[in-house]
Design a protein around this ligand. Sequence first.
Ligand SMILES: Cc1cc2nc3c(=O)[nH]c(=O)nc-3n(C[C@H](O)[C@H](O)[C@H](O)COP(=O)(O)OP(=O)(O)OC[C@H]3O[C@@H](n4cnc5c(N)ncnc54)[C@H](O)[C@@H]3O)c2cc1C
Length: 435
Amino acid sequence: MTQDTFSQSLWSAISPPGPELPRLLGEETADIVLVGAGFLGMNTALGLARAGLKVVLLEASEPGFGASGRNTGFVVPTLKKALSPSNVVARFGTRRGEAFNRMIGGSGERLFSLIRDNGIACDSEQTGWMQPAHSRAALAACATQVREWRARGFDVQLLDRGETEARTGMTGYHGAMLIPSGGQINPLAWARGLARLCLSEGVRIFAGSPVIRLARDGAGWRVHTPGGSVVAPRAVLTTNALVGKLCSRVDRAIIPTYSFQIATQKFDAEIQARLLPARSPIADSRRHLFAARWSSDGRIVGGGLVYPGPFRLARTRRRFEKRFARFLPQLGQVRAEYAWFGTVAVTLDALPRLFRLDRGLWAPIGCNGRGVALTAAYGHELAQFFAGNTAEEDFVVPVTQPEPIPMRAMATAGPYLWLPYSEYRDRIETEAPAE
Ligand SMILES: Cc1cc2nc3c(=O)[nH]c(=O)nc-3n(C[C@H](O)[C@H](O)[C@H](O)COP(=O)(O)OP(=O)(O)OC[C@H]3O[C@@H](n4cnc5c(N)ncnc54)[C@H](O)[C@@H]3O)c2cc1C
């Protein structure tokens, strides 16, 4: 296994430092203890502190160390196309399904408001998120999503071919879905800003404090780290894909999926004005989707899954350099000056979960590849729930027990093994738009 790449990301290079945080030493008490300072743990902690609870947040490394500090920073207020609002209602029923849809549809606005209202510097740009369509069928699927969101009062737009070309500077797409409330941020700067905001609201965050054991303590839980422990009536695991042996029941219920990112060399203002001039990040409709955005310092950032496995950074770098040069010929020669990877907790249906593991022990997980916006909204809902303001039957997702993923080893290899087939299907399905 190669060494971890957290410090090799563009975000690590350009983000302001996070707050100085102590390690946990000795014993602490709290009303609720959360494990994992990613977006979900911090958004939940923030809501709980604002509701007046005494909150401790324990982080193995530093805030944003997991997927939250390494992602592409796309703010995407929708789920994948198989989870259109009507599909969600079909799964959850009308009451819960529509509450869930309101959470998703409003997640971009919630995130950007939180950033704006608290003056957090994280290069946030509410420039809309776009899904360009690579085929007529894909455009029809976008049209369905647009219709469904608009019927629920959300501003989601269908762009024609010309409008798509004008916003992206790219030819070959049939049109696109545009969600104006989406956009992009620097995710690590947001994670660090959010950590400061949590501290200012009274959350006690301990970094460098990996939780190694959970044990019952009277009616509550004692959460052990190497330097000390926290006792609280309730413990919440917000560890996402990095849960590992801490709770193998949760680990077996998700598929940890590696996603790679590169950031290219810097490009001048002239290219930035021609390519993605609207500065909306794009993630197209291909099975092996093509995703790209500008960073604040003029680099193209993007990535995805890479066959054949997680730890081949040099090879991955070359593969993405070629992919970017092929999709974005305006860039000429592409050089990946930064390359890194992160791990996403994927659920089989791409929906988030709230697991009740035991009395007072919880694990919300599974924001999949949508956690930038979703965690702001889901964290708020979780805080309302744990603060006692939302009843279980009214919660946005059903409270469940973790179910082991059948044939997990195969399911874990699945996305990489399917990649060549997905690319093949993308090639035969891609059609040039009619002149
Ligand atoms: C490369 C990549 C690109 C992505 N791009 C996007 C995107 O553009 N848009 C989007 O919406 N989503 C994207 N995602 C998904 C998004 O990043 C995640 O959904 C989101 O960050 C999940 O947040 P989280 O708080 O649940 O998990 P994490 O950010 O992974 O946080 C979990 C935290 O728990 C800590 N932890 C784990 N175990 C312990 C322990 N035992 N003790 C203490 N602490 C522990 C970890 O150190 C970590 O800090 C991407 C993900 C990756 C990896």
